[in-house]
Design a protein around this ligand. Structure first.
Ligand code: ADP
Ligand code: AMP
Length: 216
């Protein structure tokens, strides 16, 4: 089963993707994580995208489509979770073609709805474990001295998790990504949920969607 988690920055896509990986053994493909990894390893591409990411703008379609194409060609999984991809109509078309090429299809798109006010507090309170990528929040999931998942003592706050970048990221979401809601609705793939609910409740709602036969 292959799914897209669709929603603005801070909607909870990464949090839920990690749960699906742990609980169902699915494979998370996060273009944001791939781009941050490219920056950390100082690749040419990583250097090129750094300023764009920090400002909160979208990286070019060619780059992210290339990253997904590469992952789909080297990873064998019965279930991919696309997290933060696609973000434009061109990326959505490309994903359809890439999946068709390897005889796979997209089963569900889960749109996670969260209002802007909540997104701001989620983004400014977010920290991430350096060891395993587990995501914490100052209020809703306070960071313990050591990561509950891997025991690491190091946590980071993302350079783009500030109110100025977030404004640009939200604008990019509403301008370039939100048209995907209509695109996937027309394809009969869209399921929308309230991402403001508790993390466990959101996880349960995603499970219900994945178990629903009607959407298949
Ligand atoms: P995204 O991947 O969509 O940008 P994250 O999964 O990183 O979002 O979540 C953003 C922040 O919000 C994190 O600090 C996370 O702990 C917190 N968070 C995620 N889901 C919820 C939720 N349902 N309720 C409250 N806080 C949440
Ligand atoms: P994320 O981790 O999903 O919040 O993404 C962080 C940043 O990486 C975004 O603000 C963009 O600059 C870039 N990025 C991640 N995924 C994409 C994508 N699919 N298309 C364009 N830019 C992306």
């Amino acid at each position: 089963m292959n799914i897209i988690l669709l929603g603005p920055p801070g909607a909870g896509k990464g949090t839920q993707a990690r749960r699906l990986v742990q609980e169902l053994g699915m494979k998370q493909l996060s273009t944001g994580d791939m781009l941050r990894e490219a920056r950390t390893s100082n690749t040419d591409m990583g250097k090129r995208v750094a300023a764009v990411m920090d400002a909160g703008n979208l990286v070019t379609d060619d780059i992210v489509i290339g990253l997904i194409e590469e992952q789909l060609s080297i990873t064998n999984s019965t279930g991919f979770i696309f997290d933060g991809f696609p973000r434009t109509l061109a990326q959505a078309d490309a994903l359809g073609s890439l999946l068709a090429k390897i005889d796979k299809e997209l089963n569900f798109v889960v749109e996670m709805k969260v209002d802007d006010e909540a997104l701001v507090s989620r983004i400014v309170g977010r920290s991430t474990c350096v060891g395993c990528g587990d995501v914490y929040h100052d209020v809703t999931r306070p960071q313990p001295p050591t990561c509950t998942n891997c025991g690491s003592e190091s946590f980071v706050r993302r350079a783009d998790d500030n109110e100025i970048s977030l404004k640009t990221r939200l604008l990019a979401y509403y301008r370039d990504t939100s048209p995907l809601i209509g695109y996937y609705h027309a394809k009969g793939k869209l399921n929308s949920i309230d991402g403001l609910k508790d993390i466990n409740v959101v996880a349960e709602e995603i499970r219900l969607i994945l178990n629903s036969r009607n959407s298949l």
